[in-house]
Every structure is written in C-alpha cells, then in structure tokens.
Write a protein that binds this ligand. Structure first.
Ligand code: 6PG
Length: 272
C-alpha cells in the first residue's frame, strides 16, 4: 500500500476526508500510487478467492490510469485472466456513443488487457430491465464465493463538481431510493438502479447503488485537478453530517466493512 507522502509545499495539507487519503503532488505519481494499490489488491484477491471482481467508473479522470495500466510494464502483470470487470455506472446510450462509459473502458483497457471477453460485464443500458439484468449478473457471478466474500473486491469511483459519484446525483431518484432518509444513512437494498429525471445530468443512467458500493472490500476515489478543490472542501467539512448526503452524494460512500481510500493530487487539495 502506498503511504501518505509528505508535501514539498508546506502550505498544502491533505484534507480530512472519511477513510484514508493518499496524496501525491504530481498527478503522474498519484496514478502510480493508485495503480500499485490496485495490483496488490488484485493479487491478494486472486490468491484468496481465485478471482478478482473489479468495478470501474467512466468520466475523464480515470482514463489516464487505465492507459497507465496498459502501457507501464510494472502494471501489465495485473491478473486479467482472473479478473471480472464491472462498470460502476452507464449512460443510457448505445456503445457506439462517445458518451458510453463502456466504450472508453473497452477501447483503452479491455481490448489490450487480454481479459477474457466472458469476464467483461458491460451494462446493457438501453434495455428496459437493465438494472434487474445487471444485478442478476453480479449475483450469479459471485455465487461461488463463500458467504460474506460475495462482494466487489475493488471499486474505482470519481466525483463530480456537484459531489455526485457513480450516477448518484444530488437529490436524484436513485440516490434517494438508496438512502434511508429517516436514519440518514445509505440503506441495503437494490444493487443497481436506473436514474432519470430533472436531477440527473442527461442522458439517463444505470448505476450501482450505495448498497453495492458500500459492500465492497476496497473503494478508491480518484480526484484530480483544481476544478474539484472546492467540492472536496465541502466534503471534508460535511463528513460528519449525514443530512448532507442528498446534497453531496459522495458522502454516502462508507464501506460497511471494507476500506475507503481517496487518491488526490495537490491541485485537488483544498488549502489547509
Ligand atoms: C460518469 C462517472 C461519474 C464520474 C464523475 C466525475 O459516468 O460520468 O462514472 O461518476 O466519475 O462524473 O467525472 P470526471 O472524471 O469526468 O470529472
């Protein structure tokens, strides 16, 4: 595991976020830290369970990480032949669309990784029952795991400037469905949801819910660039206030027994 690296500039302090925080001054070094941890998790899971269930996000932030995994010889070792690849969320468009998360992941990673196609699980987002079908696929592929170990091993999330993660947008229906509003905490229930309506940035989405994300063994949140700094400051300030989850959905990411780790570059860190 990479440790928190002290900063060259004394005026940049890692924000106090829920979980642990890995900071690297340069984005390139941050990608290295994230890739090394990912590799370690993959090997550990393959050793323990025989396979590795990896869920990846779309958006622009993780694409250089995916490229790094394919290009850097250090990371080519990832045991793709034992990996199942899941998609955290998908836009309800065809795979030919520029907006398709799977399209980007497929082009950068799947085609070059050597992962067996039957272990790649795109979301069939245009199907009416996309949520039900994907949930069924996840449950079926975990069926062989011992009870308690039947969960995603590694989830990579991003964060939007509005505090959304996956396709759980502030005050959107899928978010509210997967929050226990009364107890102000994420609830256990549906693993995959369709998210649509005025609170969802178009197009409509299919997304993993808190129930699935928070069951994961390890959740990495990768945030880079100055554009996310103000949002991270809000997340740090609100981390002990469950009432803010509907406003800043990333705050609902609290693995039940797994680990949450943020990966930040200096540009993304709010001033301490
Ligand atoms: C998506 C993502 C989403 C993403 C954030 C951050 O489909 O867009 O899965 O949750 O991680 O929107 O996006 P950027 O990395 O592009 O800032």
């Amino acid at each position: 595991m990479s440790d928190l690296i002290p900063f060259a500039q004394p005026n940049v302090t890692p924000p106090a976020l829920p979980g642990s925080v890995t900071v690297q001054h340069e984005t390139e070094d941050l990608l290295d830290a994230a890739a090394s941890d990912l590799l370690l998790h993959a090997f550990n899971c393959v050793r323990a369970f025989g396979d590795f269930h990896l869920a990846l996000s779309g958006g622009s932030t993780p694409l250089p990480l995916y490229q790094r995994l394919m290009i850097d010889p250090k990371y080519r070792e990832l045991p793709w032949n034992r990996t199942h690849l899941w998609i955290v969320d998908e836009r309800r468009v065809g795979f030919e669309s520029e907006l398709s998360n799977f399209r980007a992941i497929d082009e950068i990673l799947v085609e070059h990784s050597g992962i067996p196609r039957e272990q790649v699980h795109p979301i069939m987002a245009l199907q009416d029952d996309a949520d039900v079908a994907y949930e069924r696929q996840i449950r079926e592929s975990m069926f062989f795991r011992e009870k308690g170990q039947d969960r995603l091993d590694y989830v990579l999330l991003g964060m939007g400037t509005d505090g959304h993660t996956a396709s759980l947008f502030p005050h959107s229906p899928a978010l509210l469905d997967s929050l226990d509003v009364e107890r102000r905490q994420p609830q256990v229930g549906k693993l995959i949801a369709i998210n649509a309506g005025p609170k969802v940035t178009p197009p409509d989405r299919v997304t993993m819910t808190y129930a699935l994300l928070n069951g994961a063994r390890f959740v990495a949140v990768l945030v880079t660039g100055a554009g996310k700094r103000a949002t991270l400051a809000k997340v740090a300030a609100g981390k002990d206030d469950p009432a803010l989850m509907a406003e800043l959905p990333i705050l609902g990411v609290r693995p039940r027994v797994g680990e949450l780790r943020w990966y930040l570059d200096a540009a993304a860190c709010p001033e301490g």
